[in-house]
Design a protein around this ligand. Structure first.
Ligand code: ZN
Length: 342
């Protein structure tokens, strides 16, 4: 299996975020890359550097206002007397239909959902290369590969068309799906991260050409709280094209695989031409977030089950945080999917 990754993706190094109001070390650490690379290599992947695809594939799913913000906000922020080293918002609009502020502080609040996505001088380039890894994985599949893996870091599924959040800046899974749409009439995105893929849902919420399905810890008491509930079904032409499967906290392999079968039924009924798997490994029982209890062999079974859909598949890395088994969990998923065979 081909895997895509560029060393620039490692430069983004967020320092802190607020958890229940307390400043904590940011868990989206560059070291995740080393673990994931080792995991991909163990599964028999060959690692390739993605090409520079420019802004086009990213601008296909994000607003120009937002991309301009992401590229320039760090420099603008440094001109503010007494500003923090990283861009971190401290005020947010209650509704987003008001005026667009000119100030860096106002725009940070407008374009950043929470404190978990601090922007440093390296963030923009890391996020772009992460997205380009997703583009090349999608292009590999468009060229006939049955499956490809994008080692995307920073992750992407909490990023909306014009909002960063939850360690995410550019929505790599959405970028991959949009690239696949060049030739695929219908694309399904299956998000198996511990957290609901709220940004991905938001980007495709009114579209019938991309089905978004997410399995995640029930957001009634878990991030991202305001999205991921079972009654969110899409809107306008996209009504019926979004499907959420919230799981009780600490659900383990059996419950996860059972929910996956329900997801498959919906995906088969959509009859997609291609699939994007938003692969979070933070549903693991030993992940620092501790929301679900999937085991390492469980990831292998999840990979095997998804492969049986028989669809051309782009696997996009989302969450999964530092623990001894992080690399093993990726190996398990990719091997289950057929990493060695393919
Ligand atoms: Zn997650």
């Amino acid at each position: 299996m081909k895997a895509f990754y560029a060393k620039e993706q490692k430069r983004h190094d967020p320092k802190a975020f607020l958890s229940s109001g307390a400043a904590q070390p940011n868990p989206e650490k560059p070291e995740r890359v080393e673990r994931l690379l080792a995991g991909a290599l163990s599964a028999g992947c060959t690692i390739e550097r993605p090409r520079n695809h420019g802004l086009g594939p990213v601008a296909a799913v994000h607003t120009p206002e937002y991309l301009d913000f992401l590229e320039h906000i760090y420099t603008r922020w440094q001109r503010i007397d007494g500003a923090s080293a990283e861009v971190i918002p401290n005020i947010h609009p209650i509704a987003r239909n008001g005026s667009y502020p000119a100030s860096a502080v106002g725009q940070a609040g407008y374009h950043m959902a929470d404190t978990a996505c601090p922007i440093s001088g390296e963030t923009w380039q890391s996020a772009l290369w992460s997205a380009w890894s997703a583009v090349d994985a999608a292009e590999a599949v468009r060229s006939g590969a049955p499956v490809a893996y994008a080692l995307c870091r920073p992750p992407g599924h909490h990023a909306f068309a014009d909002v960063a959040g939850g360690f995410c800046f550019i929505n790599n899974s959405a970028v991959a799906a949009q690239v696949l749409r060049k030739t695929a009439s219908r694309v399904a995105i299956l998000d198996v991260d511990l957290h609901h893929g709220n940004g991905t849902q938001g980007i495709f919420y009114a579209r019938p050409d991309v089905l978004t399905v997410s399995l995640h810890a029930d957001p009634v008491r878990f991030y991202p709280f305001f999205w991921g509930h079972a009654d969110e079904r899409g809107e306008g032409p996209g009504l019926g094209y979004n499907f959420n499967l919230p799981l009780p906290r600490k659900s383990a392999d059996a419950a996860f695989l059972e929910a996956l079968e329900v997801a498959f039924q919906r995906i088969r009924a959509f009859s997609p031409d291609a699939l994007v798997v938003a692969l979070g490994l933070d549903a693991f029982e030993g992940d620092p977030f501790g929301g679900l209890s999937v085991t390492t062999p469980g990831f292998s079974r999840i990979g095997e089950a998804i492969a049986k859909l028989g669809l051309p598949t782009v696997i996009v890395q989302e969450g999964g945080y530092l623990c001894d088994e992080l690399g093993d969990n990726l190996t398990a998923f990719l091997t289950g999917f057929g990493g060695k065979a393919r």
